[in-house]
Ligand binder design. Structure first.
Ligand code: SAM
Length: 315
């Protein structure tokens, strides 16, 4: 198979919640319940292997240490480990931002657009539930869903607040130890395989879509710029589940133009070969993910790092 689009669907990814369990324990559990751990060279051969096999197979993800891969269509929604919050069902691409952020245990983190909480709970898992995550979202219903997820996953270091992140004061003393920010704002969702919207019928639809992308990109840039204005921040991860350049590389380029005196783009996950479109110098430092190349939903991640000279001044 050439990719997930051709095979019809993407694999089932399982993220281990380190707050409740470990990779070793989860592997053991699946093995004891008729699943066979295989070690294919890559995910493409896993897909081929498991496609016509009656055996239940799974593998460890090649990039992310807390992710397991199961054949597409594996339904784990009733699995005891999922019901108890030991594992989460989260697309691999959406697991990239927390790893790219790399906030050590004990850090203070802001999740600017947090609900329903997948990234917050992942950051908390990687921080061993120690530190503080200030999670904002302007949608109270989505925040209610988030609070349930935090409870299920036993996340205790997250405080949620129902407000626009754009109204959060960067100079508030509460945030004076925040060195890490996740910016995962509303986007077109055009990377989500089940709602790929690339089939535009007429000129009117096309105009509407362009207008929507324009306004989304404007919003995304304002959230990203606001995150970059927090005085003590060291790393800001920007992500979308969009495939459009306007919401991805273009937003990053504009943010760099506005903040390039204080921030540079970093190149996270060196082993990840699928990179940003080369539309400005350095854009290839960003990460892209797609069904046909990476067996994930369409996704984009960029990492802004505060310049050393700026850090010196703040010391
Ligand atoms: N990071 C979340 C996760 O991993 O589960 C998904 C976030 S979703 C892509 C974008 C979120 O941004 C939505 O929940 C939406 O309500 C929220 N949002 C939109 N405008 C906002 C604003 N001005 N301030 C904070 N959150 C906002």
């Amino acid at each position: 198979p050439k990719g997930a689009l051709e095979t019809g669907s993407i694999p089932r990814y399982v993220r281990i919640n380190r707050i409740k369990t470990s990779m070793k324990a989860v592997i053991q559990d699946f093995k004891q319940n008729d699943y066979q751990l295989v070690e294919p060279q890559n995910i493409s051969s896993f897909v081929t292997q498991s496609k016509n096999s009656v055996d239940k197979k799974f593998m460890c993800d090649k990039h992310l240490s807390d992710v397991l891969v199961f054949p597409a269509g594996t339904d784990l929604h009733d699995h005891p480990l999922y019901v108890s919050g030991h594992i989460l069902l989260q697309d691999k691409a959406s697991c990239l931002p927390a790893h790219v952020l790399a906030a050590p245990s004990g850090s203070h983190v802001i999740d600017a657009c947090a609900a329903p909480g997948n990234k917050s709970s992942h950051v908390a898992s990687l921080m061993n539930n120690k530190g503080k995550i200030f999670a904002f979202d302007s949608d109270s219903k989505r925040l209610t869903v988030m609070q349930k997820l935090m409870k299920k996953a036993s996340v205790e270091c997250v405080t949620t607040r129902n407000c626009s992140f754009l109204e959060v004061d960067p100079l508030d003393v509460k945030y004076s130890n925040v060195q890490y920010i996740v910016v995962d704002p509303s986007c077109s969702g055009s990377g989500i395989v089940s709602r790929m919207d690339n089939f535009i019928d007429d000129a009117e639809d096309k105009r509407k879509k362009e207008k929507r992308l324009e306004s989304l990109a404007k919003f995304q840039l304002s959230v990203l710029n606001h995150a970059l204005s927090f005085p003590f921040v060291k790393r800001v991860v920007y992500s979308t589940c969009s495939i459009h350049q306007q919401e991805n590389e273009d937003v990053v380029e504009a943010a760099l133009k506005a903040n390039g005196d204080r921030y540079t783009l970093d190149r996270p996950l060196p082993s990840w070969t699928h990179r940003g479109m080369a539309v400005f110098p350095g854009a290839e430092k960003c990460i892209r993910a797609s069904p046909d190349q990476d067996y994930t939903n369409g996704f984009f991640v960029a990492l802004f790092v505060k310049k050393e000279s700026e850090m010196e001044q703040k010391r």
